[in-house]
Design a protein around this ligand. Structure first.
Ligand code: DGJ
Length: 372
């Protein structure tokens, strides 16, 4: 009997570690990507932090079936030294079972991003949070911290950012009482003008601005920014975080009012800021947009669709989640995107593509197989 158990153990070890383990020497966008134990990587809407020669990939841990797009488990973490092979480090932020918790199992936890604060020596995770059973109406951003990069992260709280603060690029004449604008027909010229002039900023002035799709960016001076789709997903906000990265200072700007941008991703290349976003079509992919600026608070210039050869105009059937700067290669960036699969969320695929900077533009091109 003992001999039998021993032989089964040897077989299991051989099967998981030797037979199923996969080695990679390239990226294969859209294909199933296995971790070092041979299991598909489960880190959707993710972002990456580089610490002591190791990359840490945080993402939404999805499950199959209709509940799979809500958080049934939490935020996963994987580690890698070469960006090709990823070791599962477990669940960095776990959903809670207490029904009064904002991150109770069944809440929506999307697009987690982690940054490191050198002053507090804490790892700080932010994510798009929607309260359980409320669809996408809460439009909040949650924050959690840990002493260790892989977690466990402790949930602190959630925000509607910048309550009772006007944006830096808000005209004086727009700081007025709002009268009867709610009834304007969407996309009518009057409505465009009203959105541009801050109708929705004023609507949310007291309770704080909406925050849905989001990303984080730490600038060279150590200041961190939270970039989020706000104002009913119509306008992006770039908000400065406090020096411990766990709250908002109240300084923020609005970008492209009524531009309908989601999925913000940002990087800095040769002193210039570049952003790639998407339009708003739920889980279905749409045409990417790109922008550049000399200062993080703008002004930002529209550069159009960054994708070349994207015949269907669907960002190569994906939606961006992060622009990764490759360590030790200042010219090398990777556009990380998701090919969502809302019917079987756990089988959503990853589309990672090389980033080109050409004539002041940020450019993406499809590759079946590529190396960095
Ligand atoms: C698009 C967003 O980018 C995703 O993160 C998710 O919120 C879906 N919409 C939900 O429809």
């Amino acid at each position: 009997m003992r001999k039998y158990i021993f032989l089964s153990c040897i077989f299991c070890f051989f099967y998981t570690v030797v037979l199923r383990a996969q080695t990679y020497d390239s990226f294969r966008p859209g294909e199933v990507w296995l971790d070092t134990q041979g299991v598909p990587i489960n880190a959707h809407g993710g972002g990456i932090l580089y610490v002591d020669s190791v990359y840490y990939w945080f993402g939404e841990y999805k499950t199959g079936g209709p509940l799979g797009n809500t958080a049934q488990v939490g935020v996963s973490c994987y580690s890698s030294k070469d960006l090709y092979h990823w070791k599962n480090e477990g669940i960095a932020l776990r959903v809670e079972e207490d029904s009064t918790s904002e991150i109770v199992r069944g809440a929506v936890i999307e697009r987690p991003k982690v940054i490191y604060n050198t002053k507090t020596r804490k790892y700080v995770m932010w994510f798009h949070l929607e309260l359980k059973g409320k669809g996408y109406e809460a439009a909040r951003t949650g924050v959690a911290v840990s002493d260790h990069v892989t977690g466990p992260y402790t949930y602190l709280c959630s925000y509607r950012p910048n309550a009772k603060k006007y944006p830096q690029n808000f005209q004086k004449s727009w700081k007025k009482e709002q009268l009867g604008l709610d009834s304007l027909r969407w996309w009518s010229p009057e409505w465009y003008q009203a959105v541009e002039e801050g109708m929705l900023v004023r609507r949310d002035f007291i309770k704080g601005q909406m925050s849905r799709d989001m990303t984080l960016f730490v600038d060279d001076d150590g200041k961190a920014y939270h970039i989020h789709a706000s104002e009913d997903n119509l306008t992006l906000h770039i908000s400065e975080l406090t020096s411990d990265y766990t709250a908002f200072t109240g300084r923020y700007v609005r970008l492209f009012p009524a531009g309908h941008n989601e999925a913000p991703t940002i990087c800095k290349y040769q002193g210039k800021y570049y952003m790639i976003t998407s339009g708003c079509t739920g889980w279905a992919p749409n045409q990417a947009r790109s922008f550049s600026a000399d200062h993080i608070f703008g002004p930002w210039t529209s550069l159009g669709d960054p994708c070349e050869g994207d015949a269907k105009r669907t960002t190569f059937d994906s939606q961006g989640t992060f622009l990764l700067s490759v360590a030790g290669k200042p010219e090398t960036f990777i556009f990380m995107a998701d090919r969502w699969n809302p019917k079987n969320p756990v089988d959503g695929r990853y589309v990672w593509l090389p980033v080109y900077f050409e004539n002041g533009r940020i450019v993406l091109r499809w590759h079946n197989v590529w190396e960095y």
